[in-house]
Design a protein around this ligand. Sequence first.
Ligand SMILES: C[C@@](CO)(OP(=O)(O)O)[C@H](O)COP(=O)(O)OP(=O)(O)OC[C@H]1O[C@@H](n2ccc(N)nc2=O)[C@H](O)[C@@H]1O
Ligand SMILES: Nc1ncnc2c1ncn2[C@@H]1O[C@H](COP(=O)(O)OP(=O)(O)O)[C@@H](O)[C@H]1O
Length: 284
Amino acid sequence: MRIYEKAPAKINLMLDVLRKRPDGYHEVEMIMTMVDLADRLEMSELQRDTIIISSQAGYIPLDEKNLAFQAARLIKDRYNVNKGVYIHLDKKIPVAAGLAGGSSDAAATLRGLNRLWKLGISDEELCVLGAELGSDVPFCVTGGTALATGRGEVLTPLPNPPQCWVVLAKPPINVSTADVYGRIRADRIQHHPSATRMEQAIRGNSFAAVCRELGNVLEDVTLKLYPEVQQLKESMIRFGADGVLMSGSGPTVFGLVSKEAKIPRIYNGLRGFCKEVYAVRLLT
Ligand SMILES: C[C@@](CO)(OP(=O)(O)O)[C@H](O)COP(=O)(O)OP(=O)(O)OC[C@H]1O[C@@H](n2ccc(N)nc2=O)[C@H](O)[C@@H]1O
Ligand SMILES: Nc1ncnc2c1ncn2[C@@H]1O[C@H](COP(=O)(O)OP(=O)(O)O)[C@@H](O)[C@H]1O
């Protein structure tokens, strides 16, 4: 039997860091949503009790470092599955971009193997398994739009934001999430974005208010380390995006755009100096 799962990318509409915890993680408040840029996973049963990962992307690990491999191993161990699986990852989401590509592949693997092996695991339990793989994996299991607290794994579902275009641009730099969190000083953050006001903007279905409430305290770290990310933000605003923010720990910058007619100018303008640009819709 062979099954398919889509693994969409996420963006953080707001991201606040409240404090560092004794376990080394940071207590966060984030509002996340999915965009229509997705990896595609194909999973098929193997006779031999083994996990094999392949991908057309030459730049991701295919061994136990791959988050899809880790998800398959976790579900096999926890549910005593003595079967093997072959997983092909058709990567479309840029890697180490702040778009949760690896986390979404892990979540899609959990959902897919639950179906392939007819394990009957609830969504809640899949989220608990997901949290063992990474802070963003539970959100990627459920998808939609949510307020994420704790270290990112405590989810409160929200309605979807007003539909719009999302232009994503990833500069050619590698940002380590652990490094960015390692550099942030929660007690020195000057301006905290408001989860409450972003939630109101979404509930009120106000595109203008969503754009106004965009905010990400991790920009304080990443924009200082990589001034080109700040320049990319400024270019996106100059080309006409309605609201602009860095996603997660970066370096991808996203622009929200209400009018389709504005897209060619923004897309072509950015493509002039940035190779990885995507114009997609919110996944609502
Ligand atoms: C910043 C965010 C925003 O959505 O996304 P990305 O930029 O990675 O996409 C997330 O918080 C990233 O989540 P995820 O990528 O799953 O992180 P994890 O694998 O759990 O953790 C990687 C490292 O980041 C740090 N970390 C992560 C989450 C958190 N709330 N506090 C932390 O301090 C820890 O040092 C941890 O060792
Ligand atoms: N299936 C996967 N897809 C992408 N990256 C993966 C995967 N599995 C493991 N990784 C590793 O995880 C790291 C973070 O990748 P990714 O999840 O794309 O970034 P981010 O958390 O910034 O969105 C990369 O260094 C990559 O080598």
